[in-house]
Design a protein around this ligand. Structure first.
Ligand code: 4NP
Length: 163
């Protein structure tokens, strides 16, 4: 059977803070909107630093306060194959985008972009800041950005794919 799901991959550096948060938030929004059978989500890191690890405890805690469960997720590294498995590959920041562009095959299925391009309003920055080396408030800011971007992304996908 042909798998017609729209597949979305979120990518950061370590796959333990921002991209697993994006995966959980977007997946919750997809479920709530009733599109779980039509849209699937995953996340990965550009680095190999944390392969197989659980998300960072701070990311787990701050996400769970808003009702998102990250505990079951495990980090993996993005690969060139992902560009033919996914329809959207969405980077958290410009460094991730540069690293993804370096491994992107010339011909591929995936549309590569920054996740914050899907926020409608003007932003000071189009990057989701790396919270790993910062304070706890950075994790809440990441969640604020990703919740808003997920709404825009879902609307965009529903429109583009006539769902
Ligand atoms: P993430 O955060 O890219 O949002 O998962 C980071 C996690 C780990 C490291 C850097 C960023 N690190 O250098 O180990």
């Amino acid at each position: 059977m042909v798998d017609k799901k729209v597949k979305v991959l979120f990518v950061c550096l370590g796959n333990i803070c921002r991209s697993p948060s994006a995966e959980a938030i977007f997946s919750a929004k997809v479920n709530t909107a009733g599109y779980a059978s039509q849209i699937s989500t995953d996340s990965a890191g550009t680095s190999n630093y944390h392969i197989g690890s659980s998300p960072d405890n701070r990311a787990v805690t701050y996400a769970s306060r808003r009702g998102y469960d990250l505990k079951h997720l495990r980090a993996r590294q993005v690969s060139a194959d992902d560009f033919d498995k996914f329809d959207y590959i969405l980077a958290m920041d410009e460094d991730n985008l540069v690293n993804l562009t370096a491994i992107k095959p010339q011909q591929c299925k995936a549309r590569l972009a920054l996740i914050l391009n899907y926020i409608d309003c003007e932003l000071v920055s189009n990057e989701v800041p790396d919270p790993y080396f910062g304070g706890d408030q950075g994790f809440d800011h990441v969640l604020d950005l990703l919740e808003t971007a997920s709404d825009g992304l879902l609307n965009n996908i529903l429109k583009n794919h006539s769902l």
